[in-house]
Ligand binder design. Sequence first.
Ligand code: DX5
Ligand code: ZN
Length: 223
Amino acid sequence: MKHLIAPSVLSADFANLQRDTEMLNASKADWIHVDVMDGVFVPNISFGFPVMEAIKKHARKPLDVHLMIVNPDQYIERFAAAGAAVITVHYEACVHLHRTVQAIHAAGCKAAVALNPHTPVALLKDILVDLDMVLIMSVNPGFGGQQFIPNTLNKIAELRAMADQVKPELLIEVDGGVGLHNLGQLIAAGADVFVAGNAVFAAQDQLQMISDMKEFDQHLSKL
Ligand code: DX5
Ligand code: ZN
């Protein structure tokens, strides 16, 4: 399968969300990554339902909603109603993870679990078969524009080997410090979905950057 690109609107211009969402509609992006932070699970507050609904109003691509919040169970139905196609909860925030995953599916969404940089992939062994995707955090969650943590590559390779045994179609998403400089290594390690905030929105030509990331193989051959 060709890899997917999910630009993160955390790095968009919040005063021009319609413009930036339309740029993503016109781009080669596959999904739109929506980072929800509550100021408790992570040391930052991003946005909640009103902003997500405003994005949804204009978005013509699936919303990939990354919940960096405590007690996500309380809000799953509301995020589904607000237009989420994929809902990702953090392993570290869910005491009854299996029940949470069931609730995401019951709400009609794809279910994913995110792991912080310190959380071993082996902990997902008994839930992997129930998941559509695993999100490997390649920075500590909370902020855009941070530096990629290299051990992420080992985690992706280990998870891909685990998934090949029980759930070969599992998607592996990487989030944090992703750009053209490490995309090749991440694809080789076995990742499928690439979140990019700063790499896309700080680029001179955002459409071109998304295209370069999507057509990475062709991009390489041009160098
Ligand atoms: C970080 C968020 C990321 C963030 C990535 O906590 O989960 O999705 O937007 O931003 P970059 O690509 O700038 O590291
Ligand atoms: Zn994210």
